[in-house]
Structure formats: structure tokens, C-alpha cells
Design a protein around this ligand. Structure first.
Ligand code: NAD
Length: 270
């Protein structure tokens, strides 16, 4: 059911890899709520071809962009302005990758070259996106920018490894740039901290099955699904949340503020 929450709005969505992706589900929800979308992903992800199915379904153009490249970012936002005939109203940054985790390097033995790349892809890219948009005036007044994050930025989840540091930096960039973009053009910038969700990036975390089960037991409402995350993001792109900025917002079924649950106690007593 659509409530036309995003009727007439234009947005860019980064990171739809396949139909499990949070970005994929968000693109569909935004489209259902009346928005026009432009999709983007790394050129290497395009080669999988899955994104074409989504583009067809929601009638969206695709512009490749490796988020670590200044040239790609400039080209993406320039093309988005041409395509929409002006600025956009919202942007989803749904991008993350850890080279050390992918190479099986434990946190205490990370390779710093890989680490720099991880931070660039997963965090500094938000700065690059905002700085390029700021320069090109590519986001309309009262626009909304969201990036996805995880609670490992605040608490230790050992297997989340260097991604915890990347998420802490990402959240800090959202706060710092949120200040400057609010002054420039009343643009708001927030991060949404999502429950563990079965996606390609999520499943890359060691021991993910145990991780997801534990979070389910520790969340009074249970883990938030990718579909529900998409719906929450729609509200944050809408005009009903115009004064929310520089925040890290938990979308996690209550996990972040729960000390222990009956379900976990029963598990311990077994
Ligand atoms: N899945 C979870 O449990 C979970 C929980 C909280 C937060 N998140 C965050 O949600 C976001 C989306 O992840 P997802 O779980 O939907 O997984 P996903 O694997 O579907 O999405 C990650 C995306 O990042 C893209 N990407 C990687 N390197 C890139 C580059 N250099 N340039 C451009 N794009 C690049 C990938 O192509 C992919 O589309 C990530 O920031 C992730 O950390 C995920």
C-alpha cells in the first residue's frame, strides 16, 4: 500500500547488489511511495547484472560509481543533475566492504593498506559524496541523506573487526557534515543503525548465524528486517522528519537499549 510519502521527490540510491540488499528493498519502497530513482553501484558490481532487473522494475537509470574515486563521484552527481533537471531530494549511502575481513585477517593483525581501503569505501566515501554534492549544489533545500551503520560503532562485537572503526568514522562524518549542510541548504544527514540482516555484506561477518540469532533473542521486538528498514528510510526521506539531522538512529527492535532478555537468561540456564 502506498501513502505517496515521496511523491514528486527525486533520489539516488547507492549499493543495490541483489534482491537481498537493503538498498534494493529501499529503492522499491521509494518507488512505491512515488519517488523517481537513479541507481548507482561500483562498476564491478554492475558486471553481476542483477541491478538491471531492479532498474527495469522501477524504471530507473543506472550510473556506475566507485565511491573511492573523486572522478566517478563528480561524474555521477553531474549526470544525476542532468537526468533530473536539477538537484535531488534524497540520497541513500548503502555501501560497505572490509578487505581485511575478506582476506581473513584478524583485528589484531590487520594490513594497513587494506584498512585504508576499507575506511575509504565504507566511511570516507560519505564525505566524498557530501563534499561533491555541496560543491555542485546537487541536493535540494530540505533534502535528506542517509547512510547505513551498525551498533559495533558503539560496542565491541569482536568479529565485526575493522568495520567497527569504519562505522564509527561514518557516523562522525554524518554529524560533522550534517552541521555544514544544514547551514548551507537545510540538508539533513543521518545514519541508521540496522539489525543484522542476511545480505551479501552481512553474511561476510564471521559467525553471522550465531550473531543474528543472538540479536534476535536480545531484541524485544526481534530483529528488524530489510523490508522494515526500507520503510523506515522512506519516512526519513519524507517531509515528516524535516528537523531530524546529525543523528544516529537505531532501527533494531530495541537491541541497543536492552541489558538482557528472558530468552537469553533461559538460554544461559539450559
Ligand atoms: N546486513 C547487515 O547485517 C547490516 C547491518 C547494519 C548495517 N549494514 C550496512 O548496510 C549497508 C548495505 O549493506 P547490505 O547489508 O545491504 O549488503 P550488500 O552487500 O547488498 O551491499 C553492500 C554494497 O556496497 C557496494 N560497494 C562495495 N564497494 C563499493 C565501491 N567501491 N563503490 C561503490 N559501491 C561499493 C556493493 O557493490 C554492494 O552493493 C552497508 O553499509 C552495511 O554495512 C548492514
Amino acid at each position: 500500500m502506498s501513502n505517496n510519502l515521496l511523491k514528486g521527490k527525486k533520489g539516488i540510491i547507492f549499493g543495490a547488489l541483489d534482491e537481498k540488499s537493503i538498498a534494493w528493498k529501499t529503492a522499491i519502497s521509494c518507488h512505491e511511495e512515488g519517488a523517481d530513482i537513479l541507481l548507482t553501484n561500483a562498476p564491478i558490481a554492475m558486471r553481476m547484472g542483477e541491478i538491471n532487473k531492479l532498474a527495469e522494475k522501477i524504471n530507473a537509470p543506472i550510473v556506475p560509481c566507485d565511491v573511492t574515486s573523486d572522478e566517478d563521484m563528480l561524474s555521477l552527481l553531474t549526470k544525476a543533475k542532468e537526468h533530473f533537471g536539477g538537484g535531488v531530494d534524497f540520497i541513500l549511502h548503502s555501501v560497505g566492504m572490509s578487505l581485511n575481513m575478506r582476506k581473513g585477517k584478524p583485528y589484531t593483525e590487520i594490513n594497513y593498506g587494506f584498512n585504508q581501503k576499507t575506511l575509504d569505501i565504507s566511511a570516507t566515501s560519505l564525505h566524498r559524496l557530501l563534499a561533491t554534492a555541496y560543491k555542485l549544489d546537487a541536493i535540494n533545500e530540505w533534502g535528506s541523506v542517509l547512510a547505513l551503520t551498525y551498533i559495533a560503532a558503539q560496542r565491541v562485537f569482536p568479529d565485526y573487526s575493522e568495520m567497527a572503526d569504519a562505522k564509527a568514522l561514518l557516523e562522525s562524518i554524518a554529524r560533522s557534515f550534517g552541521y555544514h549542510y544544514a547551514l548551507k541548504n537545510k540538508v539533513r544527514v543521518n545514519t541508521v543503525s540496522q539489525s543484522p540482516t542476511r545480505t551479501t555484506a552481512g553474511s561476510g561477518v564471521k559467525g553471522f548465524d550465531g550473531f543474528i540469532d543472538y540479536a534476535e533473542k536480545m531484541s524485544p521486538l526481534g530483529n528488524a528486517t530489510g523490508e522494515d528498514c526500507a520503510k523506515y528510510l522512506v519516512t526519513l526521506f519524507s517531509d515528516f522528519t524535516k528537523y531530524v539531522t546529525m543523528q544516529n538512529l537505531f532501527h533494531d527492535g530495541g537491541f541497543s537499549f536492552t541489558g538482557v532478555t528472558q530468552s537469553v537468561i533461559e538460554q544461559m540456564e539450559k
